[in-house]
Design a protein around this ligand. Structure first.
Ligand SMILES: Nc1ncnc2c1ncn2[C@@H]1O[C@H](COP(=O)(O)OP(=O)(O)OP(=O)(O)O)[C@@H](O)[C@H]1O
Ligand SMILES: [Mg+2]
Length: 376
């Protein structure tokens, strides 16, 4: 049986909301997305009233799950503004809203997670996901307990890069258990949604999906959570930067000028929301011929290094463009895990060590200290 938005909305019209209204009348619903029996939407409320609304969120989820044809329901509460912030003009019902986040208002941390870092770039296809996976493994090799979160809800890559086909299990009915791979705790929207299903996400939906993956997953105790970001500087990045308690961001760029312009945009975005840029990685920095081992600088090697200096951010290292990295990455066998003694693994571990040093430095510079236990 196929289920549509109308059936979902009529189920929601029977859920009561605070103030004697029904959920559909309260003007708090985002657009309701229904794909393939899976239902997603968010309820946007004042941060001060979150506790009051939590039972409503649960009731909404239950009501939707009871609709014939619905396989799963993902309902998130999104705070309209941070508690204590000046009230905002109410946006019209259903309109995309962005919560106010004064730069000095750090969002609450993820319980048990000492530090959350983003791997980002302004541009697509520069190797963020490949870097995120191998950086996470490099941090693991330094003795840290590491989580890996795929925030690329538009094109999740972690199921492929880690060859994960299983679905996460639920704990206590609602919370999800991350998938364990190569010693990393991993979560991706791609574990829940069919890879072939094109997803259309609107502003509030982006926020709820990411918030839920952060806060409704049993991450356990982690020294660091590496977040693989979607390309660009749009809604998802802003959400992450504003709603996620980021300790820092790693920017990935290729050496070409064009990619660097985008990297600059990425750096500027994180600086604007007061998230320290931990450094820049130059990916596909030079070409290493897999046959003869000869090196050629096809993209004009060194651009990212110079750019890092110009922007006053640390340079974290260069990763060559190499067939092995691509082949291993795309077949779910990341080099750091599967060729730990190789040159590429060494490069990623060096980058990981610099990221760790930057994190410790960022803590020393007055931000809440990540409790990183290193048993290298
Ligand atoms: N250093 C490298 N050498 C060779 N191939 C690489 C390297 N880094 C990434 N790739 C390959 O480039 C492609 C894009 O990489 P990846 O998916 O990591 O980029 P991305 O920035 O996350 O992309 P998107 O913006 O789509 O999320 C993949 O096929 C990957 O295997
Ligand atoms: Mg990616």
């Amino acid at each position: 049986m196929t289920v549509g938005k109308e059936q979902v909305l009529s189920a929601l019209a029977r859920v009561s909301a605070p103030g004697g209204r029904t959920l559909t009348d309260a003007g708090v619903l985002s657009d309701v997305v229904v794909t393939d029996g899976k239902v997603f939407f968010s309820i946007t409320v004042d941060a001060a009233a979150v506790k009051l609304w939590e039972p409503v969120r649960k009731a909404a989820e239950e009501a939707v799950r009871a609709v014939p044809g619905v396989q799963s329901a993902l309902v998130a509460l999104t705070a309209e503004r941070a508690a204590g912030a000046a009230p905002q003009q109410a946006a019209p019902a259903g309109a995309a809203r962005r919560p106010a986040h004064p730069a000095d208002n750090t969002p609450p941390g993820v319980p048990g997670v000492a530090a959350v870092i983003a791997v980002a770039s302004g541009k697509g296809g520069v190797g963020k996901s490949t870097t995120a996976v191998n950086l996470a493994l490099g941090l693991r090799d330094l003795g840290m307990k590491v989580g890996l979160l795929d925030a690329d809800i538009y094109g999740p890559s972690l199921p492929k890069l880690l060859a994960i086909k299983e679905k996460p299990q639920t704990v206590g009915g609602t919370r999800l258990k991350p998938i364990s791979r190569y010693g990393l705790s991993v979560m991706s929207i791609g574990f829940l949604i069919d890879e072939e299903t094109p997803m259309i996400w609107r502003g509030p939906m982006v926020m709820s999906a990411i918030t839920q993956m952060l806060r409704e997953v049993e991450w356990g105790k982690l020294d660091v959570m590496v977040v693989d970001m979607p390309p660009g500087t749009g809604d998802a990045q802003l959400t992450m930067a504003q709603q996620v308690p980021l300790k820092g961001a790693v920017i990935v760029s290729t050496p070409q000028d064009l990619a660097l312009i985008d990297a600059r945009r990425g750096i500027a975005m994180f600086k604007r929301v007061n998230v320290p840029v931990l450094g820049l990685v130059e990916n596909m920095s030079y070409f290493l011929c897999p046959n003869c081992g000869e090196r050629s600088d096809i993209f004009g090697h060194g651009g990212a290094h110079k750019e890092a200096e110009r922007q006053g951010v640390p340079f974290l290292g260069e990763v060559p463009l190499h067939m092995t990295i691509r082949e291993k990455s795309d077949s779910g066998l990341p080099v750091v895990a599967t060729e730990p003694d190789g040159e590429h693994a060494r490069i990623y571990r060096d980058i990981a060590a610099r990221v760790r040093d930057q994190l410790v430095g960022a803590a020393g510079a007055g931000r809440a200290a990540p409790k990183i236990v290193i048993e290298a």
